[in-house]
Design a protein around this ligand. Structure first.
Ligand SMILES: CC(=O)SCCNC(=O)CCNC(=O)[C@H](O)C(C)(C)COP(=O)(O)OP(=O)(O)OC[C@H]1O[C@@H](n2cnc3c(N)ncnc32)[C@H](O)[C@@H]1OP(=O)(O)O
Ligand SMILES: CC(=O)C(=O)O
Length: 536
């Protein structure tokens, strides 16, 4: 049986630009377009020419290679002709080859928000679409508030669709603008509409105000629409739009859709989805959502010992799809919820071979659980887990020992009478019996300690030259100033590898120092031949 084609329409650069806190520069728009082309969407709605300078610049030239470059805007204003409407003219004159016009389809909105008659609204819709089609653009219409409009006045909502199609629109998109419609209502209304209008001329644009945007989109596809609008990582006005990063793998990997439909996304492009989603978050300067379906860091992660045991026998026991199909990876974590299977998987990741009945494994599990009870959290600090494992198994080289450290913070007035804060640290270490002492100033006690500890590591100094601290997170575990502090340090080196280490103490400086010390030790461990596979 031949499959029906579904068309993916991305509106990250238009509806996504309506997200609170998001502003795209011209360079951002160009970079996002490149990302979208990597995953093979059919249409890229790049923004609203005529609305702002960035969008004018973006639409000054064609920005897509394969996807249909689409400009958004509203239909002509009442009381003027299309030729005299600068908004519509800017859209048609742009470098876009498709135009998507928003038109209201809810009688209540037309009366209140536009203050015009229902006929005047249809006239604007008809004339705008006709002008775009006459200019050789692929015209489409976003029927704003379609579902609320259909509930209030189905005849009028349907007339909006028919008017757009008769005027030359390729697609009419049914919008759940306020995002309050539920999947059962979408199903019922789309089925009623597709009884009148062919589904291969219809699209769906769902907002996530009840957390149902993806479900609503899939319900609309099931009920007959063939164009899907959505955004990268679910960006969009208020609670966001339907998340294409969730929808695409569902369409390609779930038989209920994959057996019936095809898209323009290949298996190779699907495997780039995790990277595209995370790169997009980098560009937005925000942390990726660990729990995002398919692509989140936790999407194929397990902490539970019972799950880890079964996963080791066959990954399909606890995975709904193979993680590599979307470019993600399986992760078995070590924590209080762990059993020996979790440890074995984590040890294997660090190149440590050990039998399940080796008594040292019981000792390691006991140590992990004891330390977790004191505030350590190894599921986010894999490098500290590796160090702990080598220590318990007796294979951790004795790189260097810290004999003592001291940090001081002094606020005083300098010679010009200005108030300054001076921070200084002294670290004494011992390597092969030799004592080395370093002093450093920093912009805070932790920075000063880090600089002092790394200043002179004797024979190891050149091995840590490319070590870089990337992030530093502090969490107070029990609340109050007398509480336990957990510090997580993220490091990286010239190889591009990133690792996480942890420190826990009632004293924030002590916890930080421990995490820094662990980071240096892990860097040295990586290059230590005697530690590799050292449990045997
Ligand atoms: C559901 C959606 O997401 S639709 C997309 C919404 N996105 C945006 O609005 C982002 C970009 N918008 C903008 O930069 C500006 O709103 C502009 C440039 C488009 C217009 O700015 P202004 O001319 O100052 O108008 P303003 O934004 O205050 O109001 C919108 C006007 O468009 C009219 N209008 C709204 N929708 C339509 C439509 N589909 N067709 C015709 N006119 C419309 C409104 O009645 C209002 O006019 P009025 O104030 O005379 O009643
Ligand atoms: C067009 C659009 O963004 C909406 O109706 O939500």
């Amino acid at each position: 049986m031949s499959k029906e084609r579904l068309y993916l329409f991305d509106t990250t650069l238009r509806d996504g630009a309506q997200t609170a806190g998001v502003e795209f520069s011209l360079e951002d728009k160009i970079a996002v377009t490149r990302l979208l082309e990597e995953i093979g969407v059919d249409y890229i709605e790049g923004g609203y020419p005529g609305a702002n300078v960035v969008d004018d610049q973006f639409f000054a030239e064609k920005r897509t290679r394969r996807a249909v470059f689409t400009a958004f805007g509203m239909t002509k204003r009442a009381g003027r002709s299309v030729a005299n409407d600068p908004g519509v003219q800017a859209i048609i004159a742009s470098a876009a080859s498709a135009n998507c016009f928003v038109a209201k389809a809810w009688d209540h909105q037309i009366r209140i928000a536009l203050g015009i008659s229902l006929e005047e609204n249809l006239k604007g819709l008809r004339e705008t679409v006709a002008a775009s089609a006459a200019a050789g653009r692929e015209a489409m219409v976003d029927c704003e508030h379609f579902f609320d409009g259909y509930k209030a006045n189905p005849d009028y909502a349907l007339r909006c669709i028919r008017t757009a199609l008769e005027a030359g629109a390729r697609w009419v998109v049914l919008c759940d603008t306020n995002g309050g419609t539920l999947p059962s209502e979408i199903d019922e209304i789309v089925r009623a509409v597709t009884a009148e209008v062919p589904g291969d001329r219809l699209g769906i644009h769902a907002h996530d105000d009840t957390g149902q945007a993806v479900a609503n989109t899939l319900a609309a596809v099931n009920a007959g629409v063939r164009q899907i609008q959505g955004t990268l990582n679910g960006l969009g006005e208020r609670c966001g739009n339907a998340n294409l990063v969730t929808i695409i793998p569902t369409l390609l990997l779930k038989p209920a859709f994959a057996d019936r439909f095809e898209t323009g996304v290949s298996a190779e492009q699907l495997a780039r989805l995790t990277s595209v989603s995370r790169t997009f978050d980098e560009l937005l300067n925000r942390a990726p959502d660990r729990q995002m379906p398919y692509v989140g860091a936790s999407a194929f992660a397990t902490k539970a010992g019972i799950h880890a045991s079964a996963l080791a026998k066959d990954p399909s026991t606890y995975e709904h799809v193979p993680p590599e199909t979307v470019g993600n990876e399986r992760s078995v974590m070590v924590s209080q919820q762990a059993g020996k299977s979790n440890l074995l998987t984590a040890l294997k990741r660090h190149g440590i071979a050990i039998e399940k009945d080796d008594p040292r494994l019981d000792k390691l599990l006991k140590t992990v659980k004891e330390r977790e009870a004191r505030g350590y959290s190894y599921d986010g600090a894999d490098a500290s887990f590796a160090l702990l494992a080598h220590k318990v198994l007796g294979t951790l080289p004795d790189f260097f020992a810290v004999e003592s450290y001291r940090a001081s913070v002094e606020r005083r007035h300098n010679a010009r009478g200005e108030q300054v804060t001076v921070t200084e640290a002294v670290v004494k270490i011992r390597i092969d019996g030799e004592r080395l002492m370093s002093v450093a100033e920093g912009n805070g006690p932790i920075n000063a300690l880090d600089l002092a500890m790394r200043k002179d590591l004797g024979k190891y100094s050149d091995r840590i030259e490319d070590l870089e601290l990337v992030d530093f997170k502090v969490r107070i575990l029990d609340g109050g100033t007398g509480a336990v502090t957990r510090v997580l340090v993220e490091s990286r080196d010239g190889s591009g590898e990133r690792w996480y280490t942890i420190g826990v103490s009632a004293n924030i400086i002590d916890a930080s120092f421990e995490a820094l010390y662990e980071s240096i030790n892990y860097k040295l461990l990586k290059a230590a031949p005697q530690a590799a596979g050292g449990a045997e």
